[in-house]
Design a protein around this ligand. Structure first.
Ligand code: PMP
Length: 766
């Protein structure tokens, strides 16, 4: 239990009393003004030239031995040359360290006088720069190093603020409403798993809260630590953990801020590995104990505003921390302290890439990211920054979804082999995948990537039609093989491309914002190009089409386009291939497959990216007739395609999409986001168009709304700016001017709000 008297038995003297004590006890004639305190009473004593002293009136229940601990500590620190100023204790007129005063009810309290230390509270410093946070760590490390030489019997006390005694706080979590109570429980569980024997012990300050840390007026370095009332002998690392708890408050990237403090600390007093690993748990435990005690104290002393000072920010921070994968902050701290085996700096990795990987592989962003963890819709970097991932449609059900991870890991430990044996996973997956598609799409081929899927689709189409020629949409990308580069205008017309091969015809991109036709008859007019080409193409094999073109710029096809085009292609003897590599598995929201939004049934559907949530896999589903045409004696064997591990992961993806209602989430959240983007477009002329279907959206930037001149360079600058604000988006489209949004389907309404808010900020600085 928190000793209740410490709060309810705090002294309640007036400023006038303080003025009187200063005169009577210390012979000083000064004005007094109350300062905040949890359980004591502090008065600032000042004269015309400014603050001079702090008069401290101790809680009635404070043991004299503890006051002596504080006094000896101040005396000790006054002699330590660690670049910090500490308050000094001044004697009474009669030369004593403490004096006694009584209140109106005859209760006695002990009074002390300390020198005033100049400085600005860290909490109110203009900004907590990385340098300032490092300075906090370094100063604290120097303090802890110095305190290694300090002993006092009263330090061996049981104190409710000692993190080793955090169990005193936990019963109060029962005062909290759900879901807060459950959230606190996870931090309690982590705290319970700590091994205190691994953590070096000593006397610590135990109160590095941001009102007790003073910085210079420029806000560049720490100059003083105040208030040693919580000093205690415990694990030394608790001092740093407490500093981290407060340094993380109100930060966009709390772990990055904490890592700066840790780096500064580690430089001056190297942390051990066990200390480093305990840090995050202890920092979170400090916040958890604070809110638990606050819940209890709010019942007992509702008038004491100081008790609730960091309550709302503490809750906000705890909620953020609860969303982080707990291994990530620990890993960031391990890297900061050099304990992460094999960890390398971003610069070293970029250099290695230049030397050891093919140079045709580019990196995203002008300052590349070094991501070390993914969880749900977020990515986490090595420096402690969190990013909302709005582009990775591969992590379909959320990065590292436990059901997918577990299914794949379990199967990996049992068997992974090719598909020349019977296996339940293969059978079940083929059955369940084909069941998501309309008849007659009933035959599946399992492969290892989107490219392999399209490559196979091309072969199927050619085998079935005996034709060779292909119609494709302008700006399309279908994969990285030679045959697919040949049917990808995005590649053959792009840098290094060799232009359109003779067997390929490029159809205008049915883009109703920027394309050839924009009116109500656009679908028919675009489809007429397909019909003409189909008619004029002898030996037509296939029409390849993404049902919502991605590289083309997140284009939403006009209603009716695929129906008319498919009819014309079939009439000319070709087959229709829907490339659902980007768009499938519920992303469309209203439908499981994007082609369904056009009311058509393709002859071949290709799939990849999201199919196994990042495990390399692809699939082709076609009709029994086309599959039969392909079975001409030449076997199709794919070493990795359909292996039991891939199938286990892919089955888990289907389960999660169903069980977590992710298609419906794509519909609802996607609709909400699109409305928000359109609202943004109404206020920012640079947004020429916002469009989308489910969680497949595009924001097209233009230099001029009338000419629709693509704002390509601006789009990549915006993406960079968004990255700095913690949101990952990318650009696409022939003019590279479309901000592409296709987040994991666990993307939530608060995520949409955050994305919109960051867009607003980035655009405001346009
Ligand atoms: N088709 C489309 C529409 C794609 O977006 C991609 C990948 N960007 C592919 C095919 C090729 O898939 P993969 O990279 O898995 O080979």
């Amino acid at each position: 239990m928190t000793p209740p008297g410490l709060v309810t038995r705090a002294p309640r003297f007036s400023a006038a009393d303080a003025v009187r004590f200063a005169t009577e006890i210390y012979g000083l004639s000064l004005d007094a003004e109350p300062l905040p305190s949890e359980r004591d009473q502090n008065f600032l004593l000042r004269d015309a030239s400014g603050p001079q002293f702090v008069l401290k009136i101790a809680n009635r229940d404070e043991a004299p031995a503890v006051l002596d601990l504080q006094n000896r500590l101040l005396e000790f620190l006054a002699q330590c040359d660690i670049g910090l100023a500490f308050p000094r204790l001044l004697p009474t007129r009669s030369g004593r360290e403490t004096a006694s005063v009584t209140d109106g009810r005859g209760s006695a309290y002990l009074v002390r006088l300390l020198t005033w230390v100049e400085g600005v509270c860290l909490a109110t410093a203009p900004s907590q720069t990385p340098e300032l946070l490092r300075s906090l760590g370094t100063s604290l490390a120097k303090l802890d190093h110095a305190l290694a030489g300090f002993r006092h019997p009263a330090a061996e006390r049981v104190l409710h603020w000692d993190l080793r005694q955090a169990a005193m706080a936990w019963p109060h979590r029962d005062l909290l409403p759900e879901p807060r109570r459950r959230m606190i429980q996870t931090f309690v569980d982590a705290w319970r798993a700590l091994d205190w024997n691994q953590l070096p012990a000593g006397v610590i300050w135990n109160d590095a809260n941001d009102y007790n840390v003073l910085v210079d007026p420029a806000g560049s370095r720490v100059v003083s630590f105040l208030d040693f009332g919580d000093a205690v002998a415990t694990a030394v690392v608790c001092d740093l953990a407490i500093a981290l708890a407060y340094a993380m408050l109100d930060k966009q990237d709390p772990i990055a801020a904490a890592a700066q403090v840790v780096a500064g600390y580690h430089e001056a007093r190297p942390l051990g590995e066990a200390e480093t690993d305990a840090l995050y748990t202890l920092a979170a435990a400090r916040l958890a104990t604070s809110v638990c005690f606050a819940a209890n104290q709010a019942r007992q002393a509702p008038y004491n505003a100081y008790l609730n000072i960091s309550n709302a920010p503490a809750w906000a921070l705890l909620e953020r921390l609860a969303a982080f994968p707990p291994d990530w902050p620990r890993e960031v701290f391990r890297r900061t302290c050099g304990f992460s085996h094999g960890a390398r700096t971003a610069a070293s990795l970029a250099d290695s890439r230049r030397r050891s990987l093919g140079p045709s592989l580019s990196l995203s962003y002008s300052q590349p990211l070094h991501i070390i963890r993914g969880w749900r819709q977020n990515l986490y970097d090595a420096s402690g920054r969190v990013y909302l991932d709005c582009v990775n449609n591969v992590a379909h059900v959320g990065h590292c979804h436990p059901r997918v991870t577990e299914a794949a890991a379990r199967q990996m430990a049992l068997l992974n082999t090719n598909t020349r044996y019977l296996h339940e996973h293969l059978a079940e997956y083929a059955e369940r995948l084909t069941a998501t598609l309309p008849a007659p799409l009933r035959v599946a081929f399992l492969v290892s990537s989107g490219s392999e899927a399209n490559e196979l689709a091309l072969r199927l189409a050619r085998a079935h039609t005996k034709g060779d020629r292909v119609l494709v949409l302008d700006a399309a990308y279908h994969g990285n093989t030679s045959a697919l580069v040949d049917i990808s205008p995005y590649k053959f017309n792009g840098p290094g491309g060799r232009g359109k091969p003779p067997h390929v015809e490029v159809m205008p991109l049915p883009d109703v914002y920027r394309g050839l036709y924009r009116g109500p008859d656009a679908a028919t007019r675009y489809a007429a190009h397909v019909a003409d080409a189909a008619r004029q193409t002898a030996g037509l094999a296939a029409f390849f089409c993404e049902p919502a073109p991605g590289c083309g710029g997140q284009v939403i096809l006009p209603p009716g386009y695929l129906a008319e085009s498919f009819a014309a292609v079939r009439a000319a003897g070709g087959v229709c291939v829907a490339d659902e590599v980007q768009t499938g598995f519920g992303r469309a929201g209203s439908h499981f497959w994007m082609f369904e939004t056009q009311g058509v049934v393709p002859d071949i559907v290709t799939m990849g990216k999201p199919i196994a949530n990042g495990h390399p896999m692809g699939a082709v589903v076609t009709t029994p007739e086309i599959a039969a045409s392909f079975a001409n004696g030449m076997e199709y064997f794919n070493t990795f395609g359909g292996n039991p591990v891939s199938c286990a992961a892919a089955l888990a993806v289907l389960d999660v999409v169903r069980d977590e209602g992710l298609q419906e989430n794509a519909r609802v959240t996607g609709g909400y986001l699109l409305a928000g983007l359109r609202d943004l477009a109404a206020r920012h002329a640079v947004i020429g168009d916002a469009r989308g279907c489910g969680l497949f959206l595009g924001v097209e930037l233009v230099r001029d709304r009338d000419t629709r001149e693509p704002a390509g360079a601006e789009a990549s600058r915006l993406a960079d700016r968004m990255k700095d604000l913690g949101v990952l988006v990318s650009t696409d489209g022939p003019g590279h001017n479309v901000i592409k949004l296709k987040p994991p389907l666990v993307f939530s309404r608060p995520d949409a709000d955050l994305l919109l808010k960051r867009f607003e900020t980035a655009l405001a600085a346009w």
